[in-house]
Design a protein. Structure first.
Length: 653
């Protein structure tokens, strides 16, 4: 008869199957258990996205798995011989090294050969014998394919030329993140642990990174708030909720659906346990002292039921509600703005008149000048020429990329009271600074702790609170999604969708941009700014269409050149049937215009019906009876004009 394997054998089997395993690990921080007795395994080819609200211990767990922190209890094991590499939110380097030395610091023989080759090739005064030596070593190690991969990674992350020789201590936050990312990708470890890998990257780089990580052979665990990135890269989602892990085999939408089902099921089970507990409690109170075997079993079941009935299902949820200061007719009028830094043109003749309820996304690669434009609009930076005229009623709320600045001795509540002692909500209620902090998930006990004790996400949430305390009517959000958990992001999006003022957003989170921006300012090379009518996905579709058209034009030019070189005339069209010219396709801009025309025509027809009805009744003020016929005539003209354009465009749809 076959026997079941022993517990030790089963554990050994689990460890062998997993590249990385954690058994019964626990971690306590500031007298609070982040998690207890967790079990986790990561197998070859698994790409897991790790989610949970800020403060649940996601980063701490990642560091424990990476071997950078020890668990208070339990054990983390790795399969023998595998390499695990960790990318943290705030990369730590040897500040005395150059970028090149930092990236190629691995003890991998092939990587050292590539480093020596790159160093010699990039030295304009290199010795020919040195070049021959490093090339022979590259041949011996078959390192040429690897070298081309290294070049692609460095090129895509913009780590080229002078930047390679710069000391890492001189890098900006974004540059440090890209250098750290280059290092972990070049090392090609067996397991990648990535904590918010998209922070500080521009949109084009994120799209390249997600394509690179979306590989069946790759094994990774990542913490990310970027929902498009999560859906593209991960094949499983693991949630850490109140110290317990839950696993979901599916995308973000599937996770949201199944999480809601789980919470509903848990609430039903707890309610049943509470009803049973009330009945059993009565039995316990009148139970005789003599206890038989059945009674003892019932008593044991009672305590199990009591524990289940005591489960706390209350969910702390961020509440966003602030009064928006009344906005006048003039908001911001920017005329002919120009800005240069040395020989680099950052902004070239930018003009725009902001309108009520503008919802604009600001898009461009790192270093294109997004923050420069924001600082000019808010008066923090003066243009070289041009004017920014801000309306008297415009109140800015400016959420910047830079981290919250505070004195080490400051407590959480001090940060808010610096700006305001009381806050007025949208419904007219007035809250104290302490009450407002509670809405932002800072309970009274935490309000008097030092700011330095907060997690990265909690500091960003406190920074957002400081911005909203001013009751702004013009919100500027520069990378607001960094370090915020998915639940907080969803609530922030709902708040911004209902925000009655102007909104100007810089974000690398494409989901966030698509949800909120109605048109884009796209910063292009040379300082030009394209005012694009649509969200980020619309813009990507527009670029793809342009690339396709450019490729077709290039093919046609090449064909013409080939015919000319061969002195071959194009074939004459057949006399019958007559050749039908290819139907011209509508451009992206024409498609958007067509959609808008349909909306405008519907709106005008509705207005016309109302005007005709008003005139038919003959009831109205003297002025209205004068205005209605004139407006009806104007509406008819507008309908004719838009109708003609609609018919013209419909031929290309």
């Amino acid at each position: 008869m076959s026997r079941s394997p022993s517990l030790a054998a089963r554990r050994t089997f689990t460890v062998l199957m997993n590249l990385l395993s954690a058994e019964n690990i626990s971690k306590n921080y500031a007298d609070r258990w982040l998690f207890q007795n967790l079990n986790f395994g990561l197998q070859q080819g698994q790409r897991i996205a790790f989610v949970g609200i800020n403060g649940t211990g996601k980063t701490t767990l990642m560091r424990v798995l990476a071997g950078l922190e020890n668990p208070d209890t339990g054990l983390v094991t790795r399969r023998q011989g595998i390499r695990v590499t960790y990318l943290g939110q705030q990369p730590v380097f040897d500040e005395s090294l150059s970028v090149e030395e930092t990236i190629f610091a691995s003890q991998n023989d092939t990587l050292r050969a590539v480093k020596d080759y790159e160093h010699v090739v990039n030295d304009p005064n290199h010795d020919p014998d040195d070049l021959q030596r490093v090339m022979e070593r590259m041949d011996n190690l078959n390192a040429w394919d690897y070298e081309s991969q290294v070049q692609q990674i460095l090129g895509k992350l913009g780590i080229l030329g002078e930047l390679l020789t710069r000391n890492v201590s001189k890098l900006s936050g974004g540059q440090r993140k890209r250098v750290a990312l280059a290092r972990v990708l070049i090392e090609e470890p067996d397991v990648l642990l990535l904590d918010e890998p998209t922070n500080h990257l521009d949109l084009a780089t994120i799209e390249w990174l997600e394509n690179r990580l979306n590989s069946p052979s790759l094994t990774l665990l990542m913490v990310t708030h970027d929902r498009y990135f999560l859906d593209k890269v991960a094949n499983e989602i693991v949630e850490l909720d109140k110290g317990t892990m839950y696993r979901y085999q599916g995308n973000y939408a599937y996770f949201v659906e199944k999480k809601a089902e789980r919470e509903l099921r848990e609430a039903t089970e707890v309610e049943k346990a509470r009803n049973l507990f009330r009945k059993e409690l009565e039995w316990m109170r009148r139970m005789p002292q003599a206890r038989g075997t059945k009674q003892k079993a019932r008593i044991d079941a009672f305590y199990i039921t009591k524990e289940k009935a005591s489960t706390n299902l209350s969910k702390q949820q961020l509440e966003l509600s602030v009064k928006t200061t009344r906005q006048g007719g003039k908001i911001i009028e920017a005329e002919h703005l120009n800005k240069k830094f040395g020989d680099k043109v950052v902004l070239d003749d930018f003009s725009y008149v902001f309108k009520k309820k503008d919802r604009i996304g600001l898009v461009g690669p790192n270093g294109a000048g997004k923050s420069t434009l924001l600082n000019m609009l808010t008066g923090k930076l003066q243009p070289d020429s041009g004017t920014v005229d801000v309306g008297q009623t415009t109140v800015f709320g400016y959420y910047t990329q830079t981290e919250l600045e505070f004195d080490p001795s400051q407590r959480v509540i001090d940060i808010v009271k610096e700006v305001a002692e009381v806050v007025e909500l949208a419904n007219g209620d007035v809250l104290t600074a302490s009450q407002f902090l509670t809405l932002f998930l800072f309970p009274p006990a935490q309000q008097y702790t030092l700011v330095s004790k907060l997690s990265g996400g909690e500091k960003r949430r406190l920074q957002l609170l400081r911005v909203l305390v001013k009751n702004p009517n013009f919100l500027i959000l520069d990378e607001p999604t960094n370090d915020l958990d998915l639940g907080t992001l969803n609530i922030l999006e709902d708040f911004l969708l209902n925000f009655s003022g102007c909104l100007l957003i810089v974000s690398h989170d494409r989901y966030f941009l698509d949800n909120l921006a109605e048109h884009l300012f796209v910063l292009e090379p040379g300082g030009a700014v394209l005012n694009f009518p649509g969200n980020y996905t619309d813009y990507r579709d527009y670029l793809a269409e342009r690339e396709t058209e450019a490729a077709l034009e290039a093919e046609e030019k090449a064909a013409k050149a080939a015919r000319a070189a061969a002195k071959i005339a194009p074939a004459a069209p057949a006399p019958a049937p007559a050749a039908v010219p290819a139907k011209r396709r509508a451009s992206f801009a024409e498609k958007k215009e067509f959609e808008q025309l349909e909306k405008d025509i519907a709106s005008l027809e509705k207005e016309k019906e109302q005007l005709v009805a008003n005139l038919a009744t003959g009831q109205g003020s003297r002025q209205e009876l004068v205005d209605w016929p004139a407006r009806l005539q104007a509406v008819d003209k507008e309908l004719d004009k838009k109708g003609e354009r609609w018919l013209e465009l419909s031929d290309f749809m």
